[in-house]
Design a protein around this ligand. Structure first.
Ligand SMILES: [Mg+2]
Ligand SMILES: [Zn+2]
Length: 185
């Protein structure tokens, strides 16, 4: 069985674009402080790290699959340079109104990432910056951690989110440090 850590991308690994916009080019993809160190820590601890991200801007025609591929290249290279590796990167590229089965908060992308493997759900996590990420993690039956490095703050989570995360962490590194070093369960 694999211990999965599913990571949302924007606002977790890299800086969020301005609200409601998208990362459309590699130069707009900027790693957040500590995110590479966090992925390396997960990798070294034996977690299977998968990126799970909605990129509906493709369905909207705002950027292309080739742009996304170029952005992936930058992300993969950065992670490789940090001494780690991703298991897979799964995107929903459909228009938000498409009604597909993969767009978060549906669990289609997680299923695609897990495929033939078996997930050790007790020891798997979803880490994201939006309520949608918390919902998808809980729907899949794993722990959901909300990070404050994206579009939210502690007050919003406590007052506005209908679905609450298991934990809140300042950023990806703090979340991962808690999982790996403190064995937070
Ligand atoms: Mg996000
Ligand atoms: Zn989709």
């Amino acid at each position: 069985m694999k211990k999965f850590v599913f990571l949302d991308r924007d606002g977790v690994i890299n800086k969020n674009p301005i609200y409601l916009d998208y990362v459309k080019k590699p130069k707009e993809f900027m790693f957040l402080p500590g995110s590479l160190k966090a992925i390396k820590l997960l990798y070294d601890a034996g977690f299977t790290v998968a990126v799970i991200s909605n990129q509906g801007g493709i369905g909207k025609g705002l950027f292309t699959r080739a742009d996304l591929k170029a952005i992936d290249k930058k992300m993969i290279q950065g992670i490789k340079k940090a001494g780690a590796e991703l298991y897979c990167i799964c995107y929903c590229i459909h228009h938000p109104d498409h009604g597909c089965a993969c767009r978060k908060p549906k669990i289609g992308l997680i299923k695609r990432a897990v495929k033939g493997a078996r997930a050790d759900k007790k020891n798997s996590y979803f880490i994201g910056d939006t309520e949608r990420d918390t919902v998808v993690g809980k729907r899949f039956g794993i722990k959901a951690i909300a990070v404050l490095s994206g579009y939210n703050n502690r007050r919003d989570i406590n007052t506005k989110w209908k679905v609450k995360p298991h934990y809140i962490a300042k950023d990806l590194y703090r979340a991962v440090r808690d999982i790996v070093l403190k064995g937070r369960r």
